[in-house]
Ligand binder design. Structure first.
Ligand SMILES: Nc1ncnc2c1ncn2[C@@H]1O[C@H](COP(=O)(O)OP(=O)(O)OP(=O)(O)O)[C@@H](O)[C@H]1O
Ligand SMILES: [Mg+2]
Length: 389
């Protein structure tokens, strides 16, 4: 749901509406031209010339549609989203095939026909009402309904329908589910390796030491004592290893102190001073809490490893049903998820909860990583904290 806009801000003036109508009239010949070019280009798509024509005409038609989306958004009081699928990658043929698979391309095509015919008629009527002086009163009362009708039909064509939105959602969920399965498998392998190389290796050493101590106990009690002491050391180390594996699964500090407390504890251990603003009015669900904790931990590790920053900050907030964590630093910038595995891992982890990660990190800094996960908070159990760590 969009936040209600006060009526005065929502409604463009009658003169502005007439200017929109004029722009729509002026755009109609271009819409007709693009429609013809796209139909002819599409018909010739098996030849190179057709592909080139389509490759030039689709961006032009998208540009025109975007201008009309902006106008319809202003007239109807709700901005319309940019609904196109992301480009399929480099290469003209690939791009054209990607456009052909995007239902919005076909909707745009039908919209061009509307904008060049009945839509044009409506907008032209709106302009003529002002231009022909005797119809002044008609213009005064008629311009708004006329333009709302024109823009409502524009919106009907230019925004994906309910079924298309659901189809896209299913595609997104299928992709994120595959990533989660992949991520879980990787996590399981990591835990297996950690147990194998850490605790298991130490327990094997422990068992050997105890076996040797047993065999020399009668003959050489002093050697047996040393072996038992070594075995005790191995036990302590094995317990330490097990603890760190468990901490990697669900850090105890998170269970005890909640997200704000756990992030505070993380910040305390860092070489860079971290300013905290982590007031949360309640606790997110445990899996979200854990995902966001590890995401913040990775971002802070990146600050220490790559940024050369003198200061960093972490903000946690919950707004409009979305948990938002920001990690920033005043370092050299240039953070790029494509250049490592850490940030991509964070993206995958958050995608499992419909969450996103946005990175702003121009060369020279500052870097700001924004993590957002939609979730509800349960009753407050953590004390909000604010201030430098
Ligand atoms: N805060 C930052 N400031 C400057 N550069 C950054 C920052 N965070 C990340 N980077 C850059 O972005 C790249 C990608 O980070 P990412 O966490 O994905 O990988 P990584 O830290 O190099 O390796 P790992 O897989 O161990 O996390 C880093 O190699 C680094 O060059
Ligand atoms: Mg990293």
């Amino acid at each position: 749901m969009s936040t209600p806009i006060p009526p005065a801000a929502r409604r463009p003036s009658r003169l502005r509406l007439t200017a929109y109508a004029l722009a729509q009239v002026a755009a109609a010949p271009l819409a007709l031209l693009l429609l013809v070019v796209l139909v002819v280009g599409g018909a010739l798509a098996l030849l190179w010339v057709g592909i080139v024509v389509v490759a030039l005409a689709v961006p032009a038609s998208r540009w025109l549609a975007r201008r009309h989306r902006a106008m319809a958004g202003a007239v109807l009081g709700t901005p319309l989203p940019d609904p196109y699928l992301p480009a399929d990658g480099p290469g003209v043929v690939r791009r054209v095939l990607g456009w052909a698979r995007d239902p919005m391309t076909w909707r745009d095509l039908v919209w061009l026909a509307w904008a060049a015919s009945l839509g044009l008629a409506l907008s032209l009527l709106a302009v003529l009402l002002l231009v022909v002086v005797v119809t002044g009163a008609l213009w005064y009362f008629g311009i708004e309904p006329l333009m709302r009708l024109r823009c409502a039909v524009d919106r009907w064509f230019l925004v994906p329908g309910h079924t298309e939105r659901l189809e896209r959602r299913v595609q997104d969920l299928t992709a994120s589910r595959a990533e989660v399965v992949d991520h879980s498998a990787t996590e399981l392998r990591r835990i297996e390796r950690d147990l194998h190389d850490g605790a298991q290796a130490r327990l094997v050493a422990l068992s050997m030491n105890l076996g040797m101590a047993e065999s020399v106990l009668a003959a050489d009690p002093e050697a047996a004592r040393r072996l038992v002491a070594d075995a005790r050391q191995s036990t302590v180390a094995a317990i330490g290893d097990l603890r760190s594996v468990l901490r990697g699964i669900h850090p105890p500090v998170l269970a005890d102190r909640g997200l704000a407390g756990a992030v505070g504890a993380l910040a305390l251990d860092l070489a860079v001073p971290v300013q905290l603003d982590t007031a949360l009015p309640g606790r997110p669900p445990a899996p979200v809490e854990s995902a966001v904790y590890f995401a913040v931990a990775e971002c802070l590790a990146n600050v220490v490893k790559h940024s050369g920053a003198a200061h960093a900050w972490v903000r946690l907030a919950h707004r409009d049903g979305v948990l938002c964590a920001e990690v920033g630093d005043d370092g050299r910038g240039g953070a790029d998820p494509g250049h490592g595995t850490g940030m991509l891992g964070v993206m995958r982890r958050l995608a499992a909860f419909d969450g996103t990660m946005a990175v702003s990190s121009p060369t020279g800094g500052p870097t700001l990583v924004t993590l957002e996960v939609p979730c509800a908070l349960s009753s407050p159990r953590t004390t909000p904290s604010s201030g430098p760590a």
